[in-house]
Design a binder for this molecule. Structure first.
Ligand code: GDP
Ligand code: GDP
Length: 435
């Protein structure tokens, strides 16, 4: 399971700067809960092929009353959701009473914690770091988040401490296509999961779930195995920890990372909202196949239906590879058809192609429409080979490939998609410079 790292500390110590450096993500997700003054921000990072989720919290100022209220709210929630905590302090400001309060909480919390002394630039590290050892959190890791110094070695250490697979993990636990059902609260995920499972000839195998994670439901439909990754907690046992929110961004991001195909459920009565777009962005960045279900299509009048269709036309162009279904989970309308798109998307995402074939498509594409000249020399693209699937990765070798403009990459992507007849999955084009 993709690990979760929370950034905590006083305001202004450099948490957001570190977050941006770790995630470089266009699509940070924001948890927007009533009653919280500052939101938590979620992004995905990657270091040498290992992915992780980062949570940024607004910060604990020390002006809150008492430890309880200080650690309440989003920081506490972020710590609860995380596997690892990075506690950030400001090397220049020195040790602050609020740091001590936060440290006290973290010492009794059994989350693995790394103490990070940021803004080490322009200080004498020996002098600046010493006071922070008093916090009793072990090693102090110096960083300059604004320039990235120390960040990589910190993350290497953090990730080395997280086992790639948890104990007892069996990669084959899930069988068949893994389908994540994701979406904002109340869009109808639970209703849809029940519908998908309530279909004819579905046999569900019982699976106990944990509190934080999504539930994996194995079943067969017409003798074909599937696994639904249920983020809505339909099959959750009762009496679980009430602190666990019904909708959790971490759970959603983990489900997306672990799925073969993501079914994004939207509420047609509300149109297209920002959080839907972020979830699509997260799905594309993770490279997952995508099927869109516009739910609650029942009960909309024609004008509203037209409005939603216009919105889709206007705002969902960036996911034009995904099939959109207008469904009613409540009545079951259109639900069976979802399986067709799921199958097709999965097949496209996992298709295998030969180097020969990919190279031929590349050469045809280049002949049709040449890459531009850069400083008097034309970019040369020589051959292509497969680099992985789910998402399909096409690796292209050539000269001056660092200069391939994005519109040309788009053109290649479109051509590969059309000729290979791929539906429902993002494609990744990677270049290798052979000069
Ligand atoms: P947050 O409130 O903890 O999220 O802090 P920010 O990331 O917003 O950073 C607060 C200020 O510190 C900003 O002006 C940053 O540019 C600056 N900052 C962040 N990291 C560093 C660093 O490593 N060195 C220096 N000199 N400034 C930094
Ligand atoms: P979740 O939070 O995403 O799991 O959403 P739920 O499945 O709990 O559904 C939220 C509410 O929307 C419930 O009252 C459902 O009965 C209702 N709902 C779900 N699907 C539909 C639908 O297709 N049409 C209509 N009209 N209501 C629906």
């Amino acid at each position: 399971m993709i690990p979760v790292i929370a950034l905590v500390g006083r305001p202004n110590v450099g948490k957001s700067t570190l977050f941006n450096r770790l995630t470089q993500s266009r699509d940070a997700l924001v948890a927007d809960y009533p009653g919280l003054t500052r939101d938590r921000k979620y992004g995905e990072g990657v270091l040498e092929n290992r992915r992780f989720i980062v949570i940024d919290t607004g910060g604990i100022s020390g002006e809150e009353e008492g430890i309880d209220s200080m650690m309440a709210g989003q920081s506490l929630l972020a710590i609860q959701e995380a596997d690892i905590v990075l506690f950030i302090v400001d090397s220049r400001a020195g040790l602050n009473p609020a740091d001590e309060i936060i440290a006290k909480h973290l010492r009794v919390n059994n989350k693995k914690t790394y103490l990070v002394a940021n803004k080490i630039d322009g200080t004498d590290p020996d002098i600046a770091l010493a006071p922070f050892y008093e916090l009793g959190l072990g090693e102090v890791h110096p960083t300059t988040a604004s320039h990235g110094r120390g960040v990589r070695s910190l993350m290497e250490e953090v990730l080395a401490d997280i086992p790639e697979f948890p104990e007892g993990y069996e990669p084959d636990d899930a069988t068949g296509i893994k389908i994540a059902i994701v979406g904002r609260p109340n869009v109808g995920k639970s209703t849809l999961v029940n519908r998908l499972l309530g279909e004819d000839r579905v046999v569900v195998y019982d699976q106990p779930g944990t509190t934080r994670d999504s539930i994996y439901i194995n079943y067969t439909r017409f003798d074909k195995p599937y696994t639904i990754i249920d983020t809505a907690g339909v099959r959750r046992r009762k009496n679980i920890d009430l602190m666990v929110e019904k909708f959790s961004i971490v759970k959603t991001m983990q489900a997306i990372a672990d799925a073969n195909v993501v079914v994004l459920v939207m509420d047609a009565s509300e149109g297209v909202v920002e959080q839907d777009l972020h979830l699509m962005g997260t799905t594309i960045e993770a490279g997952r196949a995508l099927v869109i279900a516009l739910n609650k299509w029942d009960g909309l009048d024609d004008a509203h239906k037209q409005y939603v269709k216009n919105e889709i036309e206007r705002r969902l162009r960036f996911v034009d590879f995904a099939t959109i279904h207008f469904i009613s989970a409540l009545h079951g309308t259109g639900v069976g058809n979802l399986y067709k798109s799921i199958e097709l998307a999965y097949q496209s995402a996992t298709d295998k192609f030969s180097t020969n074939y990919l190279t031929r498509i590349l050469q045809d594409a280049v002949r049709e429409h040449q890459p531009p000249m850069i400083q008097g020399r034309r970019i040369k693209l020589r051959y292509a080979h497969p680099g992985g699937h789910n998402p399909p990765i096409i690796v292209i070798h050539g000269n001056q490939t660092n200069d391939v403009p994005s519109h040309y990459t788009k053109y290649l992507e479109k051509t590969f998609r059309r000729v290979l007849d791929l539906h429902g999955t993002p494609i990744k084009i990677e270049f290798r410079n052979n000069e």
